[in-house]
Design a protein around this ligand. Structure first.
Ligand code: 2AM
Ligand code: CA
Length: 270
């Protein structure tokens, strides 16, 4: 069995467990602030993934949101970047619009990506070079849509920030409309399936974007930070994902006008 096939089975099993534990009580704790939540399901799912991966592949590394592998400072060998529940606020308040996300890298190169929309039973997945899929349905390479004909994904909370708001508002104004789903992993795969033209956010952790980013590249989409630089799985970053033309437009004609603001923002991520 390939690592890709193994991971596909594992994420489906993790999703099954999530739907089972959800029927019982969801226990909620806060982390860094009152809106930063974690549940017993986040923790149990990460533990399930971590223990199974390490049992099957003792030499692989696992970086997970809920505490595993935060000491990993290299991309040598096989690295799994795992978010057990992406969209925890949605999970707590809505019991939907969340996903399990896994990105697998070999010596720093993307190898396979998975985003599992558990409630809708939609697994977005790819092994690099073999096409990206929504369940068994092959996704098409992204067409070139302009901003004025695109719905963009952006969290409205960012638009109220004094420094970032003025940079982001023109993008929203020039788009067809904006949407916020509250799960970065899902929003990135919505770009990969063409539901969204772009997804833009000033701050994500590697586990929020790793799985989706690999699927997005497989359909020829572009994912970078707001300065147009490559994303690393070892640092938080701002994220812009879109089809190649729209991506260049956003970087060159919108975000590029705020270089100083962006350079300051990114200094915090190092
Ligand atoms: P999470 O639910 O796994 O924490 C919500 O807009 C998206 O941003 C989700 O994907 C969420 O992931 C992520 N997110 C929430 N708070 C964040 C923070 N402080 N830094 C980076 N990503 C965050
Ligand atoms: Ca999470």
């Amino acid at each position: 069995m390939t690592v890709y096939e193994y991971a596909k089975g594992l994420i489906l099993e993790a999703g099954n467990n999530v739907t089972k534990i959800m029927q019982q009580d969801i226990e909620i704790e806060t982390k860094s602030n009152p809106n930063d939540l974690v549940t017993n399901v986040d923790k149990a799912t990460e533990k399930f993934l971590f223990e199974n991966i390490k049992k099957t592949y003792p030499n692989h590394f696992v970086i997970g949101e809920e505490g595993h592998g935060h000491d990993v400072t290299h991309t040598n060998g096989v690295v799994w970047v795992v978010d057990p529940i992406d969209g925890t606020l949605n999970f707590v308040h809505q019991q939907e619009n969340f996903a399990i996300s896994i990105g697998i890298f070999k010596d720093g190169e993307p190898y396979a990506g998975f985003v599992y929309d558990v409630i809708n039973n939609k697994l977005y997945h790819c092994k690099v070079g073999e096409g990206a899929f929504e369940n068994e349905h092959l996704l098409q390479n992204l067409a070139h849509h302009t901003l004025e004909k695109s719905i963009i994904g952006i969290n409205p909370n960012w638009l109220t920030k004094p420094k970032l708001g003025p940079m982001l508002q023109p993008i929203v104004e020039d788009s067809r409309s904006a949407r916020a789903y509250g799960s970065a992993a899902l929003e990135i795969v919505f770009v990969a399936t063409g539901k969204l033209g772009a997804y833009i956010t000033p701050r994500l952790q590697p586990w929020d974007f790793a799985g989706g980013m690999i699927i997005l590249s497989e359909v020829r989409g572009k994912a970078t930070n707001m300065l147009g630089e490559p994303l690393s799985i070892l640092h938080p970053n701002s994220v812009v994902v879109a089809n190649a033309n729209l991506h260049d437009d956003l970087i060159n004609n919108y975000l590029g006008n705020y270089k100083d603001t962006l350079i300051k923002l990114h200094e915090r991520f190092k």
